[in-house]
Design a protein around this ligand. Sequence first.
Ligand SMILES: Cc1cc2nc3c(=O)[nH]c(=O)nc-3n(C[C@H](O)[C@H](O)[C@H](O)COP(=O)(O)OP(=O)(O)OC[C@H]3O[C@@H](n4cnc5c(N)ncnc54)[C@H](O)[C@@H]3O)c2cc1C
Length: 504
Amino acid sequence: MSHIKKQKVIIIGAGFGGISLAALLSKKGFEVHIYEKNEQVGGRARIFSEQGYTFDMGPSWYMMPDVFEDFFSVLGENIQDYFTLTRLSPSYRVFLKSENCHYDFFSDRKKNGELFESIEPGSAQKLFDYLDESARQYQIAKKEFMYKNYDSIFDFFNKRVMQEGRKLEIFNTMKKIIGRTFKSELLQKVMQFQMVLLGTAPKDAPGIYRLMNHVDFDLGVWYPNKGIYELPRAIASIAEKNGTTIHLNSPIKKIIVKDKKVLGVTLESGEDVFADIVVSNADMHYTEQTLLGEELSDRKESYWAKKKMAPSALIMYLGTGKQFDSLSHHNLLFSEDWDLNFKQIFDTDMFPEDPSIYVCAPSKTDKTVAPEGKENLFVLVPIASGLTYDTETLEKWADNVISILEKNMGMTGLRESIEYKKIYCVKDFERDYHSYKGSALGLAHTLTQSALWRPNNVSKKVKGLYFVGANTNPGIGMPICVISAETVYKRILGITDPEPLKEI
Ligand SMILES: Cc1cc2nc3c(=O)[nH]c(=O)nc-3n(C[C@H](O)[C@H](O)[C@H](O)COP(=O)(O)OP(=O)(O)OC[C@H]3O[C@@H](n4cnc5c(N)ncnc54)[C@H](O)[C@@H]3O)c2cc1C
């Protein structure tokens, strides 16, 4: 394998996909350099601290712990050596505007069964049967779909898909599947909201994503003590231990190509750096249109114009001088008119009149993220990507959200208690991550933007150029981007086994 040892790899971007791939390739003996434009690793999962508060900037739901454990183990590492995980109980709290009350959901079948039964008689058994099937499909997906590279239609419509046929319900939607299983509007919403984590409306999400219900209700929602950032911090430190060099504050300006073969990259400083392989973890549209140029790209601008992007978000990072007893760690307030809300998020360019709102209060679990007796709040409203606004409008939206939190989530006195506030929105996603239309997550997971139909992780036109991260397969989310690193690793090494890696 000495020829492998000599290969030099440049990775553009230190998001989950970039650092995970670096950890794998450097463990294998490749010479790996990551160039990251920002001052920290982690991509959308960065942190910042102000006035004694430490905020995770992006992800807050640590799900699919099995994927991270397996990944660390492939690298010869034990995840417990890096951070301690707490299983959240409840997993999350759902507030209802109409009833002015809340319900707690757990990763505990007995507790959820009792709650479902109290909301809709007869629904507990339906939940158990539904989850058994979701669990089975999760195992099939892990073994045969998620860690696989796709090159032809037969990679997707394989023997297993044919055998499982209708059960996988690839051409059915989550909205229909949930709608025929549960009658209660609340239960339907609770079983569908996970699609938002995939950046998709339930009416557009293929039935295969029912596996997300197993992820939520069986595998649970976890929290790494000291915050989500412990995860990218750990993966980056393993990459460095394995020999990767991480260059921070080092934006790339161009990918250098000659005779349809990648030669390296040009840094914003003007310096050229050469390599055998270049992998971009930066936004796919930006990589192709700006770093590569349309002529060498597999997709044209017209392709992107037709694509459905996952929502952007209005985010508020709040430090409050008091704590709010009404809150749990994760809190959701669902819009009353669910269909209209999704329409406004995906199909229009207006701020939703009756927004769904997510509030994370990590200070409920972790005393290190806020000064004693105070609350660390991450407030997120999904909004349409590409939405335009001025500073005054943004402040007005944020202020309106604060009023809703006070009224509908029991957070009386929130406005007066705020001692730190930072607003983050569409333009910030564009500036910080070069994200197309300022989407928070990237390409939505509709059927025609999943698997074979999602942009591939290898360039058709430029030899030696690969892509890793949320816009390629398998898609959006921290664990999913870690898996995307495994699939690129397999691609580079010529491994065709569809199962998760077992060793390097
Ligand atoms: C608000 C929010 C909440 C989320 N919540 C969750 C959650 O709860 N759970 C979950 O699992 N997932 C969640 N996600 C999704 C998850 O964070 C992402 O899917 C994942 O982090 C994306 O990783 P990535 O590998 O695609 O890289 P990215 O995070 O997109 O990172 C790409 C990196 O490339 C860098 N880059 C771009 N251009 C250049 C250049 N020219 N030169 C050098 N570097 C460059 C960027 O600076 C960035 O660091 C959330 C995301 C957001 C934004």
